[in-house]
Design a protein around this ligand. Sequence first.
Ligand SMILES: Nc1ncnc2c1ncn2[C@@H]1O[C@H](COP(=O)(O)OP(=O)(O)OP(=O)(O)O)[C@@H](O)[C@H]1O
Ligand SMILES: [Mg+2]
Length: 160
Amino acid sequence: MHILLADSDATEALGHALARTRPQPAVVHLQGDLGAGKSTLARALLRALGVTGAIRSPTYTLVERYPLESGEAWHLDLYRIGDAGELEFLGLDEGTAVLWLVEWPERGGAVLPRADLQVLLDVEGEGRSARLVASSEVGEQWLFRLAEATHLQAPSLQTG
Ligand SMILES: Nc1ncnc2c1ncn2[C@@H]1O[C@H](COP(=O)(O)OP(=O)(O)OP(=O)(O)O)[C@@H](O)[C@H]1O
Ligand SMILES: [Mg+2]
C-alpha cells in the first residue's frame, strides 16, 4: 500500500489509523532516512493508544516503554546502537510487549523480532510518502483493515 502524506498532520493521521486497526501483538519496523517521519508516526501511534505523558526519543536509551491497558508498547530507535548485541542487555522480554515500534530496525539484526508491518517512509517534495509492506499474515490482515479505515475515516490519506 502506498500513501501520500502531504504534511505532518497526514503522518499523524496514518499513526492514528494504524493504532485503531492494530493487531496484538504487533511488530512495526519504521524505515527511512533521517527526517523521513518515523518518530512522528511512532509518536502519533502512541498518543492514539492513550499515552499522555512525555514521549521521549529513544535515540540514546535505545528503548522507551509505555504501559498500555493490555501490555507494554516499546518504542526503539537503533540509530546509535553499536552492535546488535546491545539489544540483549536491554532485557527486552518479547512476551510483555503488545506493540513494537522500531526505528532503524536494519541496525538491530537478528535479535529483533520479525516485522508484521514495514513502513518505508520517503521525502516527497514538501511532504512524505509511506509504503506499507506486510511481512506476516497478521500484517496482511492489518493492511486490509487499514485500507478500509483510511477510506472511510481519513480522506486526506490517499491510498493507491
Ligand atoms: N508528511 C509530512 N510532510 C512534511 N513534513 C513531515 C511529514 N511527516 C513528518 N514531517 C516532519 O519531518 C520532520 C522529521 O520527522 P521525524 O523526526 O519524525 O523523522 P525521523 O524519521 O524520526 O528522523 P530521525 O531518523 O532523524 O529520527 C519533523 O519536523 C516532522 O514534523
Ligand atoms: Mg526519529
